[in-house]
Design a protein around this ligand. Structure first.
Ligand SMILES: Nc1ncnc2c1ncn2[C@@H]1O[C@H](COP(=O)(O)OP(=O)(O)OP(=O)(O)O)[C@@H](O)[C@H]1O
Ligand SMILES: [Mg+2]
Length: 429
């Protein structure tokens, strides 16, 4: 029956791409045929190599069943009866006639994936998942079995502004495709296009849901006033220069990565000329790196205040602060750590603030960052609050460069210093 003849009806973008890719990422509009493509690819992989173990991962078990397995684009509906796998919901398993099998996993339980050991995984509606990073990391450790082909993953999703998706897209081992709903027009009801989609054309939601465009605004971003667009629309500016004067360095003492942000002052603006991130490192190595990159410069370090007492990696009696002082750097830090929320608010105001001028309100961006400070730009764009909390998500690793810059801004560009008001006493009579 024609319905089963995928090799005849699939569009080119739905066919397994050639090449050495490890991840095939499809981000497209609603109804493009993402789920169908995923189901067909999984069957192809199951049939071509007997005994293959496949991971099918959805937001939750109901989505896996309703869309990936039983839905109109799902595996059961579109496989030829004699090749159709047996579905055992209680075992979360599909078994093909040749002995290949798939296990169903839910993003709500990332630890389930720890036991998986295969070479094929299909991740549907990845951008809606509960714990995408934890699942992605756990899956990576399980993609290791030798077969007729290299381990491969397929992600099919409507786009969302998710930092991890951006990272996967930029990975050189990723084959990336963006598609619009219109590509599948012949297979869907004409009224859906002419009536429903028409209403969303020209809107931001339409860009995402019809045209598969990933919008820039990440939901729940900690530094929402920072924009990686070019100045003056954003904070990234390739014309700022190292003016050769004092260097101001924000530093976080976490050892993996050890993070520093290098800036110069320009009137009341902070110009970041560099960011340094060293994996599994320590304060001595960071001090050496700074001296190597900027020899014979006056360096003022504004670090995490807790480094005064902390001995990250050092010998007895030596603290992070003494290591920096021995390297010839001056340290400026408050006596005690300030509340995280205050530091974030201060940085937010440096990234974008509305100020009153004689000509009316004006937007100012006082923290400008050179594009070479890649690790900082990536971290500021990607750091989000942990789901349902007001705590920045530390699992992403983005918090360290951001913290380093927060310390510097808090120390040298504190726009939140409270204004002293005269004390008014109320006399009780
Ligand atoms: N090349 C094709 N030929 C015939 N039918 C197709 C083709 N591609 C997809 N379809 C059909 O189009 C319908 C929509 O596909 P599917 O459910 O896979 O879209 P989707 O992109 O996953 O949608 P959603 O965004 O809602 O999850 C399904 O019935 C599917 O079988
Ligand atoms: Mg789908």
């Amino acid at each position: 029956m024609a319905q089963y003849e995928w090799h005849l009806c699939a569009r080119d973008a739905q066919r397994t791409p050639p090449g050495d890719w490890l991840t095939w990422l499809i981000e497209s509009g609603r109804g493009w045929g993402k789920t169908r493509t995923g189901g067909e690819w999984v069957c192809e992989r199951a049939e071509e190599y007997a005994g293959r173990w496949i991971a099918l991962i959805a937001k939750n078990p109901a989505d896996a069943r309703d869309y990936m397995i039983e839905g109109p684009g799902g595996i059961l509906k579109n496989t030829y009866p004699t090749l159709r796998p047996t579905y055992e919901p209680t075992k979360r398993r599909l078994t093909w006639p040749n002995g290949s099998w798939a296990t169903i996993f839910s993003s709500e339980e990332p630890d389930q994936l720890r036991g998986f050991s295969g070479d094929t995984a299909w991740l549907d509606e990845f951008a809606k998942w509960k714990n995408p990073r934890e699942c992605w990391d756990n899956l990576a450790f399980g993609m290791r079995e030798i077969s007729n082909d290299r381990p491969r993953k397929l992600i099919t999703t409507t786009p969302r502004p998710l930092p991890l998706l951006e990272e996967i897209e930029e990975d050189p081992d990723t084959h990336f495709y963006v598609g619009t709903s219109y590509e599948n027009r012949v297979n869907l009801a004409p009224e859906w296009f002419s009536k429903t989609l028409q209403k969303y054309e020209g809107t931001r939601l339409g860009e995402q849901e019809i045209h598969g465009v990933r919008l820039e605004d990440v939901e729940g971003r900690v530094y929402s006033s920072f924009s990686k667009k070019a100045f003056p629309g954003g904070n990234v500016c390739d014309t700022i220069e190292d003016t050769g004067g004092e260097l101001f360095i924000g530093m976080d003492f976490n050892v993996n990565p050890m993070s520093a942000v290098v800036a110069v002052k320009a009137a009341d603006e902070c110009h970041v000329i560099d960011s340094i991130s060293i994996d599994t490192s320590n304060t001595e190595e960071m001090a050496q790196e700074i001296s190597d990159r900027y020899p014979r410069r006056k360096v003022i370090v504004c670090p995490d205040p807790s480094g005064k007492a902390r001995k990250t990696s050092a010998k007895v009696g030596v603290t992070d602060f003494t290591i920096l002082e021995r390297a010839g750097f001056t340290i400026r830090a408050p006596k005690a750590a300030s509340p995280v929320v205050d530091r974030i608010n201060n940085s937010q105001a440096m990234y974008r603030q509305t100020v009153q001028t004689p000509d009316g309100p004006m937007e100012r961006r006082r923290a400008l960052i050179h594009p070479r400070a890649k690790s900082l730009i990536k971290a500021l764009s990607g750091l989000c609050y942990k789901d349902g909390t007001s705590q920045p998500d530390k699992g992403s690793g983005f918090d360290h460069p951001c913290d380093a810059f927060d310390y510097l801004l808090w120390q040298e560009f504190n726009v939140l210093v409270p204004v002293r008001r005269p004390v008014v006493r109320t006399l009780r009579i």
